[in-house]
Write a protein of this length. Structure first.
Length: 495
C-alpha cells in the first residue's frame, strides 16, 4: 500500500476545492458603475448607464496566469452582465487551460434573476443555468440529453459574486461600515454570506495614471480580499487568496502574453506542512492532532471514527471485521445517502449497466464495496481535472483526481443499495497535508460507516485522512475558509 500511496501522491490534491477558491478569488469583484447614493439614483434613470466592457489581467504573485473580460449594461427590467475568464492553471505539476463563462440578468436591485454558467477544461465541461422564482432557485445542470434539475430554497434574494461590490457601494457605505450579501456560487450550487466593508480611500496607479480609489475589504468565510474601486464604481484592482490579483488593463494588454502564462502549483501552495513526518501511514491505528487557525464554520469534525475535544482531534481507524470497535457516530436517515444528486447520478442507466458488470446481486455489502473500490481504483487514470466532478462524465472519460474517484464510487455504491457519501478534508503525503476527497460507505456486515479511498485503493482509509465536511459540492465549499489558515500539530501516533 505504501508503494501505491507514493506512486499517486500528486493525485490526492482536491482540485475542485482549489477551483472553488480560485474562482471566488477572481469573481468576487464588483461591476463597473455607481458607487454612491447619488450615482445609484441616476442609474435607475433609463439611458444613463452606457454599455461597458472592461478587461483585467489575472496574476499570481506578480506572474500573469490569465485575464477576465466583463460587460455590463442596463436592461428593460434591470441589468445584463457577462463575464469571460481564461486562466492557465498548474495543479499537481500539470498545466491546463480553464475557461469560465457567465451570463446573467439581474433585477433592479442587482439580485439574481437568471444565469447561464459554463466551466471547461481539457476533458470536462460543466454547464448550469437557472432562474429565481419567489424563494426558489431552479437550476438545470448538464446538456439537454443528460439534464438534472435541482431546486434550491432561498432564505433571501441571492447575488452573484461578480456584482456585490457595486451593490455595496450603492448602499452608500461610510469608512468602517459594512454590508453582508447572500451570494450564490454556480460552480458548487452553494449559498454563502459575503461581507463587504469600506476601509477608506487610497491612491494607486492604473494603466499609467494616478487614480483615487475607495478601498474595500471582501470577507468570504474568513478569507479576506482587498479591492480598489474608483468613484464611478469601476473596479481597478483586487488582491486575494493564493496570491491572486486582478488589475484593470486594456484589451490588448489582457490578451497579450498568454502563451507563457501559468500559475504556480496550486496544490502545493494550498497544502499544510506537517509538524513531524509520518512513516507508514497505512499501518497507523490512531492519530491525534491539534488543530489551530480553524475558522468558524459548520465542520463535521466530531463523529464516526473522529473525536474532537478542546482543539484536539483523535482519529481511530475502523476495524472492518469487528463492529464493536466503531466509534458509534449517529446513523441518521440512510435513505438520504441512497438518492441520486446532480453530481452523483446513481440512477443513470450507464451507471447501473456498468455496476451490473462489477458486482453480483447476491454479494454481501462488504464484498460489493471491495469490488467497487478496486474497480474505480484500477480503471480511472490518475490525473488532475479542472472541472466540477460528476459521476457520469467520470465513467465516460475514465480519468480524474480524488474528486472524480469519490463521486463515481458514491454513484456505484448508491446504485448497489449501499448508502454512501463524499467526505473531504486533508490527507498526509510527503511531509505535508493536501486537500483531498474520499468516501464513506454504510456496510451492514462491517458494522456501519466505513471510509474508503479509491485513489489509494484503501478501505478503511488510513487515519491521516482528516474529515472536515461530508456531502456534495456545496459542502466542500466550506473548505475554502481553511486555506492559508489551518495549522496541524501531530501529537500522537499509535500502531
Amino acid at each position: 500500500m505504501g508503494k501505491i500511496r507514493n506512486r499517486w501522491h500528486w493525485y490526492a490534491g482536491g482540485c475542485v476545492i482549489l477551483i472553488f477558491t480560485l474562482l471566488l478569488a477572481v469573481r468576487l469583484v464588483g461591476l463597473p458603475k455607481p458607487f454612491s447614493k447619488a450615482a445609484e439614483t441616476l442609474s435607475r434613470q433609463p439611458g444613463v448607464i452606457p454599455v461597458g466592457e472592461f478587461w483585467m489581467n489575472i496574476t499570481q504573485v506578480g506572474r500573469k496566469i490569465g485575464y477576465a473580460q466583463r460587460n455590463y449594461s442596463r436592461a428593460e427590467d434591470g441589468f445584463r452582465f457577462s463575464e469571460n475568464i481564461f486562466m492557465r492553471i498548474n495543479t499537481m505539476g500539470i498545466v491546463q487551460p480553464l475557461t469560465v463563462r457567465t451570463a446573467a440578468e439581474l433585477k433592479p436591485d442587482r439580485t439574481l434573476s437568471n444565469f447561464q454558467f459554463d466551466l471547461g477544461s481539457n476533458l470536462f465541461k460543466f454547464t448550469a443555468r437557472g432562474a429565481v422564482a419567489g424563494k426558489k432557485l431552479t437550476v438545470r445542470i448538464g446538456g439537454p440529453a443528460e439534464e438534472k434539475i435541482s431546486v434550491i430554497a432561498l432564505a433571501a434574494p441571492p447575488y452573484l459574486g461578480s456584482g456585490i461590490l457595486e451593490s455595496a457601494g450603492a448602499g452608500g457605505l461610510r469608512p468602517g461600515e459594512g454590508r453582508t450579501f447572500p451570494v450564490f456560487d454556480p460552480a458548487s450550487l452553494g449559498q454563502r454570506p459575503v461581507r463587504i466593508t469600506l476601509l477608506g480611500e487610497e491612491g494607486l496607479t492604473i494603466m499609467g495614471k494616478s487614480r483615487r480609489a475607495r478601498k474595500l475589504s471582501v470577507d468570504f468565510m474568513g478569507i479576506k480580499q482587498i479591492a480598489w474601486v474608483d468613484p464611478d464604481g469601476s473596479v481597478l484592482r483586487e488582491e486575494g487568496i493564493l496570491g491572486i490579483a486582478l488589475e484593470r488593463v486594456t484589451r490588448e494588454e489582457a490578451l497579450a502574453g498568454l502563451e507563457g502564462a501559468v500559475s504556480a502549483d496550486l496544490t502545493e501552495i494550498a497544502s499544510i506542512p506537517a509538524s513531524k513526518p509520518i512513516e507508514g501511514a497505512a499501518a497507523l491505528k490512531v492519530l491525534k492532532i491539534r488543530l489551530d487557525g480553524l475558522p468558524k464554520g459548520s465542520f463535521f469534525l466530531d463523529g464516526d471514527r473522529q473525536i474532537y475535544r478542546n482543539g484536539v482531534l483523535t482519529i481511530r481507524r475502523e476495524s472492518p471485521f469487528d463492529p464493536s470497535a466503531r466509534s458509534g457516530g449517529a446513523v441518521g436517515d440512510l435513505w438520504a445517502f441512497l438518492k441520486p444528486t446532480p453530481f452523483i447520478q446513481s440512477d443513470h442507466p450507464k451507471i447501473r449497466k456498468k455496476l451490473a458488470e462489477i458486482v453480483g446481486p447476491g454479494d454481501p455489502d462488504g464484498m460489493k464495496a471491495d469490488k467497487l473500490v478496486a474497480w474505480v481504483h484500477k480503471n480511472l487514470e490518475k490525473r488532475p481535472v479542472l472541472s466540477v466532478p460528476n459521476a457520469l462524465e467520470t465513467l465516460e472519460n475514465r480519468v480524474g483526481d480524488c474528486n472524480e474517484h469519490a463521486v463515481l464510487l458514491a454513484a456505484f455504491a448508491r446504485a448497489a443499495g449501499l448508502p454512501a457519501d463524499v467526505e473531504a478534508g486533508v490527507v498526509y503525503l510527503r511531509g505535508r497535508f493536501f486537500y483531498h476527497a474520499w468516501n464513506v460507505l454504510y456496510l451492514r456486515d462491517r458494522g456501519g460507516w466505513v471510509t474508503a479511498d479509491a485513489v489509494f485503493g484503501q478501505m478503511p482509509a488510513d487515519v491521516t485522512h482528516i474529515r472536515f465536511v461530508r456531502g456534495d459540492a456545496d459542502r466542500q465549499l466550506d473548505l475554502v475558509g481553511l486555506i492559508g489558515r489551518l495549522k496541524l500539530e501531530i501529537l500522537e501516533m499509535e500502531r
